[in-house]
Design a protein around this ligand. Structure first.
Ligand SMILES: O=C(CO)[C@@H](O)[C@@H](O)COP(=O)(O)O
Length: 235
């Protein structure tokens, strides 16, 4: 059957397939979605389907209320979280959720990933934020929808710009990332995992390791994201 959303499904499929290739997911852990704002929809991985069995046409098309627009499979159980992020943050083109090992370990420990070095500062100048454990009234509410607000609340409360940060650890849960495209959101997931791993190792070698100086943070971030820089502005 011809679909109006063929290219959007392909984009989301390619992003999902990169997650096991990059070692960011096992089995059916995690999901990626890509948005088409002109049509008011996003394409997301179906729930519980192993990556080895996934096909582009399996991607489920949903609107920003997380209602199915096209697709015969159940969309990811995290669909409402993706929908909230698309609705609230109009500059993002893709969202990724993984349970990558180091990112998830920091999330379970409810700890921000400290900015120890220039690898981290090439991508963001703050610690990778860890959203506090979900409030009881959020858990009692629409859980996946409120996970979106757990993310948004934390970014707001920290005074961060979502368009510069691109990643968060959800306390007790795991990383979520976003980007101007879904490919960029996948990239941010890989960066999040690698930086989380480096920070963990840094603390093994020196539990008193100092965080990066402000001036060095800015220097490295500017080199990659300043005017005319390769990475460009925004996440
Ligand atoms: O967060 C979780 C589980 O804690 C989910 O993302 C993960 O199991 C994937 O679920 P879906 O297969 O996308 O429904």
């Amino acid at each position: 059957m011809m679909s109006l959303y063929k290219s959007l499904k392909e984009e989301a499929y390619e992003a999902n397939m990169e997650l096991p290739e990059l070692g960011l997911v096992l089995f059916t852990f995690g999901n990626a979605s890509a948005v088409d704002r002109s049509k008011g929809v996003f394409a997301i991985k179906p729930s519980g389907v192993p990556y080895v069995d996934l096909k582009p046409e399996d991607m489920v098309i949903c609107d920003f209320e997380a209602k199915i627009v096209e697709g015969s499979m159940r969309p990811s159980s995290d669909t409402k979280t993706h929908a909230v992020l698309y609705k609230e943050w109009d500059k993002i083109g893709g969202v990724v959720h993984t349970h990558s090992t180091y990112g998830t370990a920091w999330a379970q420990a409810i700890k921000d990933v400290p900015i120890f070095g220039t690898t981290h500062a090439d991508h963001l100048i703050s610690d990778i934020p860890c959203a506090p454990p979900m409030k009881d009234d959020y858990i009692a509410g629409d859980y996946e929808h409120m996970t979106g607000y757990q993310i948004i609340d934390c970014i707001k409360e920290r005074g961060l710009d979502y368009n510069e940060v691109g990643m968060i650890l959800v306390g007790n849960h795991a990383p979520f990332t976003w980007g101007s495209t879904v490919a960029k959101a996948v990239y941010n997931s890989a960066v999040c995992e690698e930086v989380a791993r480096m920070a963990y190792l840094t603390l093994q070698i020196n539990p008193n390791a100092a965080k990066l100086k402000e001036a060095l943070k800015k220097k490295h971030y500017e080199r990659k994201h300043g005017k005319d820089a390769y990475y460009g502005q925004g996440c």
